[in-house]
Design a protein around this ligand. Sequence first.
Ligand code: SF4
Ligand code: SF4
Ligand SMILES: [Zn+2]
Length: 334
Amino acid sequence: MKEAMFYSRIGNHKVKCELCPHLCEIANGKRGICRVRENRDGFLLSLNYNRLVAANIDPIEKKPLFHFFPGSQSYSIAAIGCNFRCLHCQNWTISQVKGDIIKGEEIFPEKVVQSALNNNCLSISYTYTEPTIYYETAYDISVLAHERGLKNIFVTNGYINPDPLNHIAPYLDAANIDLKSMNEDFYQKICGAKLKPVLERIKQYYQLGIWIEITTLIIPGYNDNEEELKEIAEFIASIDKGISWHVTAFYPTYQLNDAPPTAMSTLRQACQIGKDKGLHYVYQGNIGQGEDTYCPSCGKKIISRNYFSIDNKIIDDKCPFCGEKICGVGMSKR
Ligand code: SF4
Ligand code: SF4
Ligand SMILES: [Zn+2]
């Protein structure tokens, strides 16, 4: 464990954690909502510091990031915990801390970075759970990763405060951010959080020059109505029409079992809505189709994706058929 970053003492041995918008006020001996930050005698500790519960080599497409060095491998790690309580969390065994036990093997930044390099990864992804709440671990690794020429990627719910995001931004190269709904009620009831900070942070990530893509898991009966999908697409388009939107299929899981799996027709409708709102790149996810990239100018297919195998035709970051610049980072065929 390590003393946490971003907190203040508010008297009586109480502390206020300022890492995420929950702004937990934590009494001595207690933990915040994420259950991985604990007040010990007026010091806030990060209990999951350097304790990893996952380390895998994943295709970058799995994050999903489709416009950031396509076809590359990303060394993907996680520590336990999350500041959300999503009823449909696929990774709930590692995102939700039950009781007091902090699972994880102690692994130091040097070893993580060396493993990424040894396995020909181009980046490190902080993923599976919520990187914000293993901030100190992610920060230390990402500084070292940059020194060794690796990129850093957050796969995140976007629930971080502005200062911590500014602080780590020089080391962050890309992020896939969930925009789970445009409905405040959804964020409160399904995730145990608020919508507005997520919207503000998405804009901040973009303004900081971090490459972002957005993911919306579409849950029938919860966030699949046309108006809401239009609002999400409009929000993304208002930032930049070149931001990819991944609309992904839900399957009943964890505590959300009263909705059916997302129909293909719903995903197709969401894609159409995204395109109607002017988004250049809209993708289906978790369903094995609708993942190819088409040139927004001439309409020709420029990247084919079949699960995680890809055929990239882009040359010099441009469409080989019409020369249109394709949004993204490191888009050319390698
Ligand atoms: S990071 Fe954890 S302790 Fe800090 S404000 Fe967020 S939920 Fe609370
Ligand atoms: S934000 Fe992601 S990791 Fe956290 S509970 Fe929700 S789905 Fe799980
Ligand atoms: Zn073209």
